[in-house]
Each structure stands twice: as structure tokens, then as C-alpha cells.
Design a protein around this ligand. Sequence first.
Ligand code: GLU
Length: 452
Amino acid sequence: MNKEITEKIITRLPPSPTGLFHIGTARTALFNYLFARQNNGQMLFRLEDTDKERSKKEFEVNIISGLEWLGLDYDGEITKQSERTEVYKKYLEKMIEGGLAYISEEEIKKEGQRGSVIRFKNPNKEVIFKDLIRGDVKFDTTELGDFVIAKSLEEPLYHLTVVVDDFEGEITHVIRGEDHISNTPRQILIQEAIGAERPIYAHLPLILSPDRSKMSKRHGATSVDDYKEKGYLPEAIINYLALMGWNPGTEEEIFTLSELLEKFDIKKVNKGGAIFNIEKLNWINKEHIKLMPEEDFKEKVLEFSSEELKEKFVKYPRVFEEILPIIKERIEKFEDVTKMCTDGEFDYYFFQPEYELEKIFWKDENDPFVLRLRMEKIIEILNSVGEFTAEKIKEALWDYATEEGRGSVLWPLRYLLSGRDKSPDPFTLSEILGKEETIKRINYAIEKIQKS
Ligand code: GLU
């Protein structure tokens, strides 16, 4: 527990369900979660759904399931502002009674006609608040005028509902994006009007796209769902988001959630914007893939494989086992498995590949007779290999390949087995395919040579 903290810490996560769970919101959730859990405190969750037109049930569901996917749990029941109209009404009535707010008859901008709104009576003073990341922040509230806090007694607006809920939830720390910093003075004035204690603030730097503009869809995926669908691991998203504004002050970059609980320090969060870098996220994701238990890795590969290959992988577990390390080596996220499937990268493991004969020849070689003799010699050598492992195959072929020229022997073998410019080495390939299939494919090549 932080030394200076003696009261019970309560943080909050109050997203508006007006869009899919955004990675910026996920970062805010993570920092609130870490700070609360590090101090044996709580993180409350509420849905700020006062905007009836833009708030949607599907977004609520999306945010809740996204939090669960990331493993960020909150305390207590979910509060929904739309169900608390009566509570806000009481505060509004009291404020009006006490002369701290008033009903104002005026032209309503949007509707272009006269109506009434409830305005806060601004005491026009300077507000200074302490921000854990920015130090003291000063605002002159005069220019805010008497701002609107509700459309009517039954239609409270954001600034009021936030303050009431933070007050009633006994929130001690408000940790949120920097975009809310200009809302803070208004909220402090309302707090003072209703006699609420002021929480401690921490405004997190914005997450920016590589060109330092606000992160938007134009620069890539912005919702947590998008990343989930692309096959990023929740552990990697958590790890990466922790580094969006914070760093441990060492070279260390790979953290699990429980390591973050030990090392994260809200006071070490930077003021400057955090630039979202997809290559970095990919690298972190790969590191977390390496940390996965083998069974989980397998399951994920199957989940992201095409239907056709999934069937093959299940039917030929031995081949699947052999391919798994190759997949792990190649991918950064599981979506890459899908791409490998659609690119036909695994097909040669299960089917005789088709190819042009000319491509079997190494570099400038072109003598089919010589090629055929070499292939026959390879078959002879392979037949003598007992335990058909990459290592033993290599051992058996090595002297002959060195004698003839390695490319002249090993390139044709690799190519006729895979039919692709890139593939694992011929020894590994032979092992995966097994002796029988390997020799069958060499014979297939010999037939092709004969026919030419
Ligand atoms: N509902 C606000 C939002 O989603 C958050 C308000 C706050 O953190 O005070 O941006």
C-alpha cells in the first residue's frame, strides 16, 4: 500500500455505451484497476447512458464482455445512470432551492425554439486541483459562465451525473483520459455546491496515432473487439496498454497482469501523448504467444485455421504437432494462421504439390539425367535411415550433398517436397512427411523428369 494512502481507495470506470469498447477506455480501465488493486481498494463500474439516443444495449454488452476478456474485474453491481433519474432529480431540486442552480427559459439551440434548461450558478472563481500526473492544475472558471447541468429535472447531463455518482460511490481517485481535463473545473464547482469531497485526479495522456493525431479508425483498429478478432491475446493487449503512458524505468517490456500489479506506478505516468505503434504491439503479442501453455496455443491455432485445414490437423495429429513450432516461429497474431491457410502454406503437408519442373533445378543446372541420378541416390540414402528424424536424415545426406554441391542436392529435394520457394529445410520437411510420403514425392519428381 502506498504510504501516504490511509483511506480506502475507490476508483471508477464510467464508460458511455455509445460505441464499441475502445482501446483508450481499456487503457483507462487497466490503470484504474491496477491502482485500486495495488492499494487493496475497489474499482466501481458504471454506465453513463444519459444520452438516450446514442447509448445502445449492444455497446453495453460489448464493453462488459471486453472487460471480462481482458480479465479486468470490477467490484459490486453495475450502476446505470439511466436508472437513477430520481436520485439526480433530488440533487437538482436541492440545488435550485439553495440558489445554486436555476431554471432558465431560453432559446434551445438544437430545437430552435424556446424552452427551459437548468443552469448551474457559477461562483466565478479560480479552481486549482491536484493531478497525480500533472501536478497542480489551475483554471479560471469565469469564462464557463452559468453552464447547463440538466435539460430538465428528469434529464440530467453528464457533469452533474458524474459528480453525484462519484460522490455517492465515495470515489477517492478519478483516473481518466486527458480529454476530460477541461471538464474537471466544472465538476469541482458542482462538487462544492453539493458538499461533495473532492477526489484526487489523474489525467492520462491521450493515445495518439503514429502521426500524432487523435487515434481513429483511419489508422487501424480502435476497438478491443477488433484486436480480439485478429487473434491478439488479452495478456498482450494488457501489456501493451500498460506501456501507453507508463514505463517501468528499466529495459523490461514484457509484463503479465500480476507483474504489473507489482511494478505499475501511477506517479510514473508521463504527461506526453502515448503513440500507438502496431509493430510494437505485434512484437509484444509474439512474446506472449511464446509464454502460452502448449495446449492453449494449439487450440488457438485450430480456432484460426480454415475449416479444411482444421480437419486435416485433427485427422493427422502427428503432422500437426510438427507444424506447430513452425507456425509459432512465423506468426505474430493468430490471424496470421488464417492467412497462412488461405495462402496455401500448409497444403503441401497434406497434398502432393504441383510445380514446374524447371524450378527443381538448382540455379543454372538443367541436365535432367543428372538430376534423376541424384534423386535416385537420395532415395537410396533415405531408405537406409532408421529413425526418420530431421537430424538423422541430415546426417545421412550430408556427405553426399557436400560432394555433389549442397544446393544441387538439397534445393531439388526441398522444392519437390514443398513446391514452394519458401518452406522449412528439406530434413525437417522429410521428417514431417514421413519416409513413405517423402520417397513417394521424389518418385513423382522422377516421373516428371522422365516425361520431359
Ligand atoms: N463517460 C465518460 C466517457 O466515457 C467518462 C467520464 C469520466 O471519466 O469522468 O468518456
